[in-house]
Design a binder for this molecule. Structure first.
Ligand SMILES: *[C@@H]1O[C@H](CO)[C@@H](O)[C@H](O)[C@H]1NC(C)=O
Ligand SMILES: *[C@@H]1O[C@H](CO)[C@@H](O)[C@H](O)[C@H]1NC(C)=O
Ligand SMILES: *[C@@H]1O[C@H](CO)[C@@H](O)[C@H](O)[C@H]1NC(C)=O
Ligand SMILES: *[C@@H]1O[C@H](CO)[C@@H](O)[C@H](O)[C@H]1NC(C)=O
Ligand SMILES: *[C@@H]1O[C@H](CO)[C@@H](O)[C@H](O)[C@H]1NC(C)=O
Ligand SMILES: *[C@@H]1O[C@H](CO)[C@@H](O)[C@H](O)[C@H]1NC(C)=O
Ligand SMILES: *[C@@H]1O[C@H](CO)[C@@H](O)[C@H](O)[C@H]1NC(C)=O
Length: 913
């Protein structure tokens, strides 16, 4: 055989290759964003540069080990209020997969990790959050095209600049991914997993002719396929698999699987985009040779959904043979963010369960778009070559085109068109007269010709600018019928005839100078002309005032997004109330000369006191071993405590600096602080329940939001103090810095309370992101019941809660950090939510941390989950069968040990005064 066979094989391979590269892949569009030229990649996909788009800037990037040409460039856009859209031609009534990927690669040399939104036409698709410059973020959506084009837009830059690496469009065949909801919902792909994969590489084109990406179950990432049951075996086959039905998964995916040798398969994973309603399907094919007497029967078990566990899977029977696809699933199922699932064999089955692949997508409600969408589309279609007409997407959603303003209706209407000086030629587009809610129309400074159309279809018009064009014909009488028209500018056109008296008699600003053949009309004489001009001038003054205020108001409404974030004027008072400067004399009086010591530790000794007004206080005298270090800590603690101002933590009242003493004054709490409840002596007999902790977190978070201003005021006070001090101790400080060199940062960190943002030590600037860090630490404390800093509790070489928790959470081991005193009285989903958010909060770089409002949202979601579980548990209690099912889920035990989730009243009450 030898050579002949070899040549045959060689020829075969050649043909195959030929097939791949030459195959017209109908409907595939692959944009290499920022790229320069067409190319075909190793998979046989043909990439084209995205140079059709006139916006954005291209940049080269370089990421270690990333050699694919489409990931050598990006296109990025300004971080402004606009949206930047790609328009892709599609075939109406065809289903597509669209995939956008993002590899940051530090294209702007800024290391500011971008965060922005991506939308599909008017529908919000996802928020892209970059958290690693070298990792590709990817989003996939499955949709039914309802038109001949779709647009994908980037907008709402929260940090950094929006950018994109690739945009891929893949059509499906026949009824793949048909759902009864496809006219109202997109499918946002959350997971598509190939079990028993050969290696970590995903399976995609050409193995999958539709180029779906089937992620390997071997990939390691946070909370992805953890809690795998022992005895989970990986199996594979070379035999062909018949997959030609339903979603037609690729054969290569179906040729591998996992089998639960001990009778079960278990997994837990995060589902991005969830909780929500989704589409979830499982792909099975019997690929193991079983003896004639052997059977494989199993059930899916989902925590909290016992009714879904009834159906028994018998792959061979359901698929009518081995090596054939069986694809059961749920067309509409409610799924959590943290999904735990299990396949367990039935008692009469000899073999454990087997699974080849799963796929889960979330239903995303399709936005109806703007009310004026069709009119606007028709309007811009007349000016295809002009840049303002190429902004793409919906005119108002998610943000308006740069030359439009829209109202805030759920189906927004266009209220202002500003096309001054845009080189418009031809007639005034009649589409404009169909914008029923239009209030302002600016078309001045163009080269428009022809008559003024009838604007009575826009009854809300107030301002019309048509000056400096070449408009001709008579002034239409209908202009006078627009009830609220207050300004009409017609100067320097070629208008003719007479100005209708109905218009002249209307109370409006009217200017028609510079129209040689336009006359004022016959019914008025010199006298009335004066009146008119007088009227006009009077009205101008009146309306200018009125309009300015209206415009300002409207602007505020529409562009509230662009306003400074912390415009909370109420807060300036709170600032002065929050931190007071006490005299040593006052404090001596209050504490009866520091007679009653109530505690020590945390860099000082605490004394009980009572102010003249009866308020009870705790006075903490900081230990000063070393002037500089002590002051620095003092600064930290003052600023920090004034930030963590909350009744459940401890209320910081003020400070005192006299006679070389640094003193902090807190409200005295009879019931102890949160700290004591969590890990003080009281903790043992009355632990704080999880839902209560969440509520504390929510309130504290709100407190944080309110206190931004307060904080900055205190700090300014403090910094001026510190400056004086620094001058006094200049030599000392100079020496310290010289000795410490660059390592001074870590030496200071060692001496602090553990809540402070590492970035703060470098920049010495406190920002709202510093607060987020501190708050993340508090969340970790609430989860774990551990103090932020401990010499013993976090293992060797780790004194800090952040590092400790991060390691556990990233390994999917959340149990390892949960406060044992919580017992089983929490829901693992709400715990995961908070744990993940906490980790985001303590990211080393401020720009990667979430905003406080996002954190609050997450806490509120977690509280909702807890409440739902609590209710479900109440309902379940009498139901022995479901109880049994739930208890069977091991760590996912949702029962509350028969106790009520009652709240500890004394704890909710504000500290006694
Ligand atoms: C690149 O590919 C596109 C789409 O296939 C084609 O229209 C275009 O002409 C190609 N450009 C070059 C320079 O080959
Ligand atoms: C790049 O690839 C080489 C060889 O496979 C590997 O040793 C190295 O760790 C990789 N580097 C990164 C940053 O992934
Ligand atoms: C912009 O993004 C921020 C943060 O992700 C979000 O809170 C806000 O609602 C978004 N704005 C719009 C208009 O979508
Ligand atoms: C799509 O369907 C057509 C006709 O049914 C078939 O010829 C074609 O090969 C299919 N394409 C793919 C990628 O399966
Ligand atoms: C799924 O089911 C829920 C509850 O029954 C329903 O509200 C929803 O409209 C259904 N469809 C989708 C796509 O969510
Ligand atoms: C208008 O057209 C002129 C001449 O073609 C050109 O120089 C100018 O840049 C254009 N202005 C705008 C706003 O497009
Ligand atoms: C009318 O417009 C002309 C030219 O734009 C201007 O010079 C004049 O001041 C305006 N008249 C009034 C009353 O506003």
């Amino acid at each position: 055989m030898g050579t002949d066979c070899f040549f045959l094989l060689f020829f075969f391979v050649l043909v195959l290759n030929f097939d791949i590269t030459q195959a017209q892949i109908p409907g595939f569009i692959s944009f290499d964003c920022g790229g320069q030229s067409n190319f075909t990649d190793d998979l046989g996909l043909e990439w084209t540069p995205d140079n059709q788009i006139i916006y954005g800037i291209t940049s080269k990037i370089s990421v270690t080990n990333e050699t694919r040409q489409q990931y050598q460039t990006v296109r990025y856009f300004p971080a402004d209020n606009r949206k930047y859209c790609y328009t892709l031609n599609v075939k109406s009534r065809t289903r597509y997969l669209i995939r956008a990927t993002f590899l940051y690669g530090n294209f702007d040399n800024n290391n500011v990790y971008p965060k922005f939104d991506i939308s599909m036409g008017p529908t919000r698709w996802a928020t892209i959050v970059i958290s690693d410059a070298n990792i590709i973020e990817s989003q996939e959506l499955i949709f039914l095209a309802s038109d001949s084009a779709v647009s994908v837009c980037l907008s709402n830059a929260t940090t950094g600049q929006p950018f994109i690496s690739t945009l891929e469009l893949r059509p499906f065949n026949g009824s793949i991914y048909l759902t009864p909801f496809e006219n109202q919902f997109f499918l946002g792909v959350s997971a598509r997993i190939n079990f028993g994969a050969e290696n970590e590489d995903p399976v995609r084109y050409p193995d999958d002719p539709f180029d779906r990406i089937w992620q390997s179950d071997l990939v390691k990432k946070a909370n992805y396929l953890v809690d795998v049951a022992p005895g989970t075996d990986r199996i594979s086959t070379k035999s062909p698999i018949d997959t030609r039905k339903d979603e037609q998964p690729p054969e290569k995916v179906m040729q591998t699987a996992v089998v639960g040798r001990t009778g079960m398969l278990t997994y837990r994973m995060n589902l991005d985009g969830f909780p929500g309603f989704g589409w979830a399907y499982t792909y099975f094919a019997e690929i193991e040779d079983m003896g004639p007497t052997e059977t494989r029967k199993f059930r899916l078990v989902l925590p909290g959904a016992p009714e879904l566990s009834k159906a028994v899977v018998n792959i061979q029977e359901n698929a009518q043979g081995t090596h054939r696809l069986y694809e059961p699933g749920y067309e509409n199922i409610s799924l959590p963010f943290v999904l735990s699932f299990k396949f367990g064999k039935t008692s009469d089955s000899t073999q454990g369960p087997l699974v080849n692949a799963i796929e889960i997508s979330k239903y995303l409600k399709i936005s109806d778009g703007s009310f004026d969408g069709a009119v606007a589309a028709s309007l811009v279609s007349g000016y295809k070559s002009l840049d303002w007409a190429q902004e793409g997407g919906d005119p108002c959603l998610p943000v308006a085109w740069s030359w439009l303003e829209c109202n805030l209706d759920s189906e927004p209407k266009i209220i202002s068109v500003k096309l001054s000086g845009k080189n418009l030629t031809g007639r005034i587009p009649s589409d404009l007269t169909k914008l029923n809610s239009l209030e302002q129309l600016w078309l001045d400074g163009n080269a428009l010709t022809g008559p003024i159309p009838d604007f009575t279809g826009c009854p809300n018009l107030k301002i019309i600018h048509l000056e400096n064009n070449q408009l001709s014909g008579d002034l239409p009488l209908s202009l006078a019928d627009i009830p609220n028209l207050s300004q009409l500018y017609l100067q320097n056109n070629l208008l003719t005839g007479e100005v209708p008296s109905s218009l002249l008699n209307k109370n409006l600003v009217l200017n028609y100078t510079g129209n040689a053949n336009l006359n004022k009309g016959s019914n008025g004489g010199r006298q009335s002309r004066n009146i008119i001009i007088g009227l006009v001038i009077g009205a101008t003054a009146l309306f200018l005032g009125f309009l300015t205020s209206c415009l300002l108001l409207r602007r505020r409404k529409i562009y509230s997004k662009t306003e400074p974030k912390h415009s909370m004027p109420v807060m300036s008072n709170a600032a002065t109330e929050t931190a007071q400067s006490f005299t040593l004399f006052e404090l001596r009086n209050a504490t009866k000369n520091f007679a009653n010591k109530v505690g020590s530790g945390g860099y000082g000794t605490v004394y009980y006191g009572k102010l003249n007004d009866g308020k009870e206080i705790a006075v903490k005298i900081l230990e000063n071993n070393n002037v500089y270090q002590g002051k620095k800590e003092f600064a930290n603690e003052v600023s920090l405590l004034s930030r963590i101002h909350h009744r459940n933590l401890v209320q910081f009242l003020g400070f005192c600096q006299e006679e070389g003493k640094d003193i902090l004054v807190y409200e005295f709490m009879h019931n102890g602080t949160l700290k004591e409840h969590l890990y003080g002596p009281k903790a043992r007999d009355r632990g704080v329940k999880w839902i209560k902790r969440l509520e504390i977190a929510e309130e504290s978070a709100k407190g944080f939001m309110l206190l931004f201003y307060a904080t900055y005021t205190i700090l300014n006070k403090f910094h001026s103090f510190e400056e004086g001090l620094i001058k006094k101790n200049q030599d000392l400080i100079a020496n310290r810095y010289a000795n410490l060199g660059t390592s001074h940062v870590s030496s200071i960190v060692r001496g602090t309370v553990g809540y402070l943002d590492p970035e703060y030590y470098i920049s010495n600037r406190l920002t709202d992101k510093t607060d987020i860090y501190s708050f993340g630490v508090i969340l970790l404390e609430l989860i774990s019941g551990q103090e932020a800093i401990s010499n013993e509790n976090f293992g060797i070489n780790c004194r800090n809660i952040v590092q400790w928790a991060k390691t556990h959470i990233e390994n999917g081991d959340i149990q390892g950090i949960i406060d044992p005193s919580l017992g089983n009285e929490y829901d693992i989903q709400s715990m995961w939510k908070i744990a993940e958010k906490a980790l985001m909060c303590v990211q080393p770089h401020g720009n990667m941390r979430p905003s406080m409002s996002e954190v609050i949202k997450e806490i509120q979601d977690a509280i909702l989950i807890e409440k739902e579980v609590e209710m479900a548990a109440r309902e379940c209690r009498s139901d022995e069968i479901s109880r049994h099912l739930i208890l069977n889920m091991g760590s996912l035990d949702l029962m509350s040990n028969g106790q009520d989730f009652s709240m500890d009243e004394s704890f909710t009450r504000p500290g006694a005064r």
